[in-house]
Design a protein around this ligand. Sequence first.
Ligand SMILES: [Zn+2]
Length: 333
Amino acid sequence: MGRAVHGEGARIVFRPPDLTFFVTARTDVPHVLRLDSGRPGPRVGLVALVHGNEPAGARALGRLLELGVRPVRGALVLILAHPEAAARGVRFLERDLNRVWDRLDEPADGPELRRARRLRPLLAELDVVLDLHTSRVATPPFLLTGPTDKAAALARVLATPPIVVRDHGHAAGRRLIDWGPFADPARPETALLLEAGRHDDPASVDAALSCILALLRHLAMLDAETASWLPPPRPRPVSVLEVTRTVTVDRGPFVFARGIRHFALLPAAGTLVARDGPRPVRTPHDDCVVILPAHRPRPGRTAMRLARLVEGPLPAATEVTVTPAQTKGRSAR
Ligand SMILES: [Zn+2]
């Protein structure tokens, strides 16, 4: 059963992922599955459905289980972060679960804060976390690292996918990958966020699974047979982009300039990229790369990131996103 969401030239059909393998799992936290090798080693969290309308990550976890992948050392913890939102096919119920991780000790309540607080002790036991997302914009898969060098180093060595974006999160609130020990450069715990592709593209599931397997191989957690399925690791050019400015919507309405595309390269500093109400938004430097222009930019939220390519080839630019005037309907928030 799918639910159609209309965007510019694209019709995205949301099909809820099959969550039965989690519902039947015996665990102390609902929708969390632990696969413990019984041997010492890294404790790795694979997180899906932080955004309920992004089922590809959950499908990748389902495939991982169907393939019979089990850790040969350490432990794997599979986490469906927001199954309630997923059941309704919405990004969140009250607030974005990927913007609350600096607010867990505030008195506020709600379904997202309750779930985040429930997951927190479990996340605190993990050494490495891979948080699986998809996007409304068509995009080649890429890894978001946050600001730490340890996350960027892990993303580079995985090189699966071979595009790495170093960024600084969002003004609207802290992401899971920027929470606690993951954001602390003095601690070894590391978290990455995969943008696996467009929400409804089957290739996004493949991209998520490839990234998971590359991570598990890197951590020597796969048995020899599973590792043999994978192409041998080989050096390949990795594109590294460093976000130089996170553009947050001030007053709005926020309208992108013509031709602003995801991964578009704007050669000249001062190029108009958008208008935020009466205020023009311009590129702060030469050779500025636009990253994930928002589907529906709203005051206080990230409209896009602007970045500098610091290494490797420029990823191919993809389809322009939609502007506020073109988007109506509550399902696509
Ligand atoms: Zn997401």
